[in-house]
Write a protein that binds this ligand. Sequence first.
Ligand code: HEM
Length: 407
Amino acid sequence: MEASGDTDEPPLPLTLTGFQVSEEFGFLLPNPLTELPAPYGPWMDIAHELPQLITSHQLRSRVHQMPQLSTQHLRGREELHLAHLVLSFITMGYVWQEGEEGTVQVLPRNLAVPYWEVSQALGLPPILSHADFVLANWRRKDPHGNLDTIITLPGGESLRGFILVTLLVEKAAVPGIKAIILALGAILRCDEEALHRALEELAGAIGAMSAALRRMHDYVDPEVFYSVIRIFLSGWKDNPAMPHGLIYEGVSPEPLAYSGGSAAQSTVLHAFDELLGICHRQDCAAFLHRMRHYMPPAHRAFVERIRGAVSLKQHVLCSGDARLRAAFNRCVSALAAFRSCHIAIVTKYIATAAAKAKARRAQPGAGAGPSAGKPPSALEAKGTGGSHIFSFLKSIRDSTREGMISA
Ligand code: HEM
């Protein structure tokens, strides 16, 4: 993979395809496979029944009966991504089937060993990440282009909405990802006109991402998100519900700790931050940098390459060109607005939903298990990645604003 921040890097222009980024779909996997070869029927059968198996508390026993399959029949990136998606969803269901009070310490060998092998082959961690949950989890439902997920968990239409709205944000980012390449190429050629056009394109794409993000309100019920969906995205690092991590039987005798799935693992915002030279507070930057290890390695390399490229901000500053400066600032301001919009969503889907869930829990006769609507109380003040969410998100939004160039 590419080295980071290396001053001897070959000169740009960059290409998207060299980093497994698609002209049409950006970081999304283009046209993901929906079925694995026949020998993997036992995985697919379980994966297609996951919501029912989890809510009826039968998933763990089904997994125990599952044969240990060799991964040697998996061919190419597409099959590996589908295998990772399937095994990630089965693993999250297995771990969280009984809620945060009924977790397991061991992932059984017949699941852990192939999951580990597929993860190694892709350079992904053996846990559900954004790369599985969103990037590799979509298909066209009909010839009109309507979308659906491939694998799902409890949460019904709200879960579908959560995944597909996040996918629409990724899709809206595509012109912005292409604009990165155009902007860096334009700087090298000292083509200020092309640079200006690229920055306008980027600002427009970030605006479209905010519009897509707001569709969360139409498709995702906050109570379902908080009480049913969220726990299945939780990891086993810095999580009081699984303080010791998880033993992957047959892989390592020691427990391993991984953060849960989060769009903080989306390459889009990392790439934009690097291009615009946004500097985050040290603790926030450390968390975000850790999240890069949950990205496909080629996407992580793309971010590192932008980081190592010529500085856009420095170029705009040195140019003294007011038009370029205004276009640059429009990008930064659109990015801060995206983050404000995201904070409003997190407030609704986590903080407000948590307060309501707490009030409900105080009432007598509250049920047990996530399927019965019991929220993951240990996670109330924290993000799925274990961060203190609001100070973290606001700091990131504020440091984005500070990235503006003053006149
Ligand atoms: C119901 C919807 C959502 C909720 C409740 C939510 C929640 C969170 C939380 C709690 C964090 C803190 C870090 C962590 O725990 O991992 C976070 C970070 C983040 N989320 Fe979301 N999120 C939602 C949707 C989205 C969507 C659709 C995107 C866009 C792709 C997104 C992008 C991000 C990014 C980029 C970060 C890292 C912080 C930053 O760079 O500003 N989120 N989110």
